[in-house]
Design a protein around this ligand. Structure first.
Ligand code: HEC
Ligand code: HEC
Ligand code: HEC
Ligand code: HEC
Ligand code: HEC
Ligand code: HEC
Length: 431
């Protein structure tokens, strides 16, 4: 009987919760997912020990509060961004709600399978009740995870603690690396996989004696993916020159991501709160002046100085258009590791990769199939004609590391400027 009573009580609360969720759910299609979870109430039946649901639950579960959160969330790129279609095995953990939920449980770096049906990041991605008796539950513990993060950069071997709430964000906002091409060469059919998918940016970790590791091939990228905010924030994972000291701590090191990205919501410009957009008026109020602009100017200037040095020694290529000047790394080798000559030769280099990627009609997922083609080296005048030196590699990596951030170093100006300055100094000292 006691058990039955408990079940009824639990069911009652679930209905209260489910209705509240539902009120919110009717507004937006995407929230429907969360509502379904509520009705299932898997968690609710577990830890329920008969607390007063109205009092305890209503702290958060009022229609007004949830409506407010939903409205704010609609200004977040988690909601309006277009990248939730990145639902294949290598992307789903960070780009979809179900993918994230799966890796939080499995502890794996990638999800088990492609997830064509997965939804975009929503309330349920970040929030999850541990149990309904609220034993030890705090506001932060309604977060799905706050445990230390196995960084991809550390090959998923060591857990790093970024602080409770930060661990949630960092599970996704960390260096991933680039989508290396999966390719095969035209001389071999059926196709031979020449390069496996590697989520790390192309960067040999050890200062190896094997110079082959310093080849910069077309298919290996310096990109750290967009999400390296946490690595920079903590002052780690840049290329650090031997004999130089690096300062990892800066003024806001003790802050959580949410201190800046979830500060007070400002309806005037839809920043703060669950928009996760920084309400900058609050920063300026405390600083007394704009601290961001001067930093961004300083970083931009150092980035440009570094890029010009790399360009001068043919490590980087400069592309000028009417509206922008961009720099990109100039490969030393073709797709198969053959050195690019600096003079024109007939096309015996695997200089191009032609995409035969298709979308599977059954799964809706991309099936990767890139074919390497012999081609004339169209860019021979820009070739360096030798393997890169290790210091050049580090400098190019540091450029990409800081340049990938739209906020240009704001997540740790001290470390960012040291990475850039030391790269510049190394290039000047080693012509
Ligand atoms: C500190 C704020 C907070 C408190 C207190 C709180 N909740 Fe929640 N609850 C949330 C958030 C945030 C979500 C996630 C919303 C979503 O997934 O759409 C949630 C989700 C749920 C869900 C959906 C299922 C799930 O686990 O994701 C149910 C059911 C629920 N809460 C019931 C309750 C009940 C019952 C209580 C009181 C015993 C309670 N909540 C107290 C914030 C809270
Ligand atoms: C499930 C993975 C995941 C989690 C957890 C996550 N993010 Fe994100 N975040 C993303 C992805 C993916 C995007 C890009 C979305 C798009 O463009 O479609 C993004 C975008 C953003 C943006 C907008 C970036 C821009 O270019 O405008 C901010 C700001 C942000 N996240 C902050 C946070 C903070 C703060 C947290 C922790 C409270 C957090 N994120 C948690 C994956 C995540
Ligand atoms: C470790 C987590 C993680 C993985 C794995 C991941 N991403 Fe991302 N991705 C992010 C985050 C975080 C952002 C947003 C960062 C920002 O805005 O600075 C992002 C942004 C993007 C964007 C830019 C979106 C925009 O609106 O500008 C694209 C495109 C993208 N990712 C594609 C992919 C693809 C393709 C894969 C799989 C091959 C992948 N990502 C795997 C975390 C990840
Ligand atoms: C990117 C992750 C993320 C997403 C998505 C997200 N939240 Fe939150 N939410 C947080 C974090 C972080 C906190 C703050 C926890 C703390 O301070 O302890 C929070 C706090 C809350 C709280 C408790 C604090 C309060 O002001 O009442 C509620 C309720 C809540 N979120 C509801 C929602 C709802 C509803 C959605 C979907 C519209 C949502 N959240 C989406 C990360 C997220
Ligand atoms: C409680 C007060 C306070 C708030 C709020 C605050 N800051 Fe700061 N911030 C400081 C102090 C103090 C410094 C160090 C001042 C100095 O070096 O002149 C600083 C320095 C900085 C710096 C480095 C400046 C430099 O030249 O090295 C950045 C970047 C920064 N803050 C960003 C932000 C952002 C973004 C926000 C808003 C989300 C913010 N701060 C909110 C107090 C605050
Ligand atoms: C000191 C305040 C502060 C802290 C702490 C902070 N950020 Fe930011 N973040 C900013 C500012 C300022 C911007 C630029 C926003 C703008 O220009 O609108 C930004 C931009 C971003 C962006 C947009 C893309 C980019 O790189 O510019 C993402 C994503 C992001 N932050 C994620 C995070 C994550 C994850 C954390 C925690 C590891 C974090 N931030 C901690 C202030 C902060």
């Amino acid at each position: 009987m006691k058990k039955l009573h408990k079940l009824f009580f639990a069911a009652g609360l679930m209905i209260v919760a489910a209705c509240l969720m539902f009120t919110a759910c009717t507004k937006e299609g995407k929230q429907g997912t969360a509502g379904v979870n509520g009705i299932n109430g898997v968690n609710g039946t577990n830890g329920m020990n008969g607390q007063d649901g109205t009092a305890v639950c209503m702290v958060c579960h009022t229609v007004a509060n949830f409506d407010k959160k939903i409205a704010e969330y609609h200004f977040s790129k988690h909601y309006y961004g277009t990248s939730s279609a990145r639902n294949t095995k290598f992307c789903a953990r960070c780009h979809t709600s179900e993918g994230f939920q799966q890796i939080v449980i499995s502890g794996q770096y990638v999800v088990a399978n492609d997830m064509p049906e997965a939804n975009r990041i929503n309330c349920t991605t970040c929030h999850h009740h541990s149990s309904f008796d609220f034993t030890g539950d705090t506001v932060s513990q309604i977060l799905r995870t706050n445990t230390p993060v196995y960084l991809n950069y550390n090959k998923n071997l060591v857990a790093t603690d970024f602080g409770k709430i930060n661990n949630l964000c960092v599970t996704c906002h960390q260096i991933r690396g680039a989508t290396a091409l999966v390719y095969s060469d035209t001389t071999k059919r059926p196709q031979v996989l020449k390069k496996a998918f590697d989520q790390l940016p192309y960067f040999p970790f050890s200062n190896a004696t094997d110079l082959d590791t310093v080849q910069y091939r077309v298919s290996r990228s310096f990109a750290v993916h967009d999400g390296n905010q946490s690595n920079l924030f903590t002052g780690i994972n840049g290329y650090e020159y031997k004999g130089k000291t690096y300062t990892r701590i800066w003024k806001h090191s003790a802050n959580a991501c949410t201190d800046c990205h979830m500060n007070t919501y400002n309806p005037a410009d839809s920043t703060g709160g669950h928009s996760l957009r920084v309400n900058k008026a609050e920063c300026t109020a405390c600083h007394g002046s704009d601290k961001l602009a001067p930093i961004q100017i300083a970083i931009t200037s150092k980035l440009s100085e570094l890029a010009q040095l790399l360009n001068a020694r043919k490590v980087f290529k400069k592309t000028v258009t009417a509206t922008s000047t961009t720099y990109s790394a100039e490969p030393t080798h073709d797709f198969n590791g053959k050195l690019y000559p600096t003079t024109q030769t007939a096309g015996n280099l695997f200089a191009t990769s032609v995409s035969n990627n298709t979308v599977s009609p059954t799964t809706g997922l991309v099936v990767y199939d890139n074919m390497l083609k012999y081609a004339v080296d169209a860019d021979y005048t820009n070739r360096i004609g030798r393997v890169w030196k290790y210091g050049e590699l580090g400098a190019a990596y540091n450029y990409a590391y800081i340049n990938s951030e739209l906020s240009l170093g704001v997540h740790n100006p001290t470390y960012a400027l040291q990475l850039l300055q030391n790269s510049i100094d190394w290039l000047n000292a080693n012509p």
